[in-house]
Write a protein that binds this ligand. Structure first.
Ligand SMILES: *Cc1c(COP(=O)(O)O)cnc(C)c1O
Length: 372
């Protein structure tokens, strides 16, 4: 081990390195916004919406303040509220469930498959006459099994709200994440693959009326300068963030390519190591928002890797149904066995686009060393 290796620090993300790659473009764009002073509703916002629309191949994109707002405004636009149920997995980032509660509806959980995504059979089992929508979460960059989910939705006339926060650019059966259901909801939080310099999100839909309603809801419910058709909120994307996202959208294919390359190297170099890594299905194109492995020796492995200068994380350590905030839903430990077991066994390895082949090899040999 040379001195460099001994001091090696490998992080989950590398935002300073990202800035170095695009410094000139970003600084020019930021200066442009300050010169024009079009901080709210500038031209860049509309341009970004068109560019996202072209990239995703969907007719309507409405940019918003966050991915959480994308989820809750999608439900508001559908008229989902008190008395309605929305089916979602309990192993997501808390925002998916929180958005359901925010509109006054009831989250109903369905357990997940070994690949961490919602189990269509579990969804079908909890449909009731009050169910209004299914909210699958495409966790880790891998899309949920949409064909059976869409069949269930059709059969029971349910809306499908894709939580695509972790899967921009991912595809399933040749279709882009977010474009299969009624709505696709995206986050452009700094830690996502397409990331702003602060909070940001957007919602996509093929339905012009629903898109128009969300455009009103994001801007106080205003239909023109002075008339309000319904009570809205403020969830507009800042022009500065739109400029940043326009630049980063151009870089996104390269970001995805580099993350996929890292994931392939992990698979090759970790072959034979006693870790569960969900296999890639032919039907999917995974963008690796995270690279998650599973082992019943997770906590020790995480500590060992930390001594090697390798930062790992857990997405997510506490299942949503066991959060103190979810107490009113009345779920006990044991209710969603797969999710609960995964919460104890999952470990997220760094997969960001700035890692070198050498970095990934170093992580893999450290993992091999642990299991040896
Ligand atoms: C990040 C994330 C969100 C929320 O996005 P924000 O932009 O932070 O509001 C929602 N769902 C999932 C699965 C996420 O990872």
């Amino acid at each position: 081990m040379d001195a460099d290796t001994a001091l090696r620090r490998i992080g989950y993300v590398n935002l300073p390195a990202q800035f170095e790659e695009e410094r000139t473009e970003i600084m020019q764009a930021v200066e442009g916004v300050f010169r024009r002073g079009d901080f709210i509703g500038g031209e860049a916002v509309g341009k970004l919406e068109l560019e996202l629309s072209a990239y995703l191949g969907t007719p309507h994109v409405v940019t918003l303040n966050s991915g959480t707002d994308a989820l809750s405004l999608a439900m508001k636009a559908l008229g989902i509220g008190p008395g309605d149920e929305v089916i979602t997995p309990p192993n997501s980032f808390v925002a998916s469930t929180a958005s359901i509660v925010a509109v006054g509806a009831t989250p109903v959980f369905a357990d997940v498959l070994p690949d961490q995504n919602i189990d269509p059979a579990a969804v079908e089992a909890v449909v009731t006459p009050r169910t209004k929508a299914i909210m699958p979460v495409h966790l880790t960059g891998r899309m949920a099994d949409m064909n059976p989910l869409m069949k269930i939705a059709d059969k029971h006339s349910l809306a499908v709200i894709e939580d695509s926060a972790q899967s921009v650019g991912s595809t399933y059966d040749g279709r882009m994440s977010g474009t299969i259901g009624t709505f696709g909801c995206f986050s452009a939080h700094p830690l996502k693959n397409l990331n702003a310099a602060g909070d940001a999100g957007f919602v996509v839909t093929a339905d012009a009326e629903l898109a128009a309603r969300i455009r009103r809801l994001r801007n106080h419910g205003l239909i023109n300068r002075s008339d309000v058709s319904e009570w809205g909120t403020v969830s507009r994307l800042d022009t500065l963030q739109a400029e940043v996202l326009r630049i980063r959208l151009r870089h996104l294919p390269s970001v995805i390519l580099r993350r996929r390359r890292n994931a392939t190297q992990y698979r090759q170099e970790l072959a034979g190591v006693p870790l569960f890594i969900p296999p890639c299905r032919d039907i999917e194109f995974n963008t690796f928002h995270t690279f998650v492995v599973q082992t019943d020796r997770r906590n020790e492995l995480q500590k060992f890797l930390a001594t090697k200068g390798i930062e790992t994380t857990i997405h997510y350590p506490v299942p949503i149904h066991l959060q103190p905030a979810a107490a009113h839903l009345g779920h006990r430990r044991g209710a969603f066995a797969v999710t609960e077991r995964q919460a104890e066994e999952i470990l997220t390895l760094p997969v960001n686009q700035f890692l070198s082949e050498f970095d990934i090899s170093y992580i893999c040999s450290s993992i091999r060393e642990y299991f040896a």
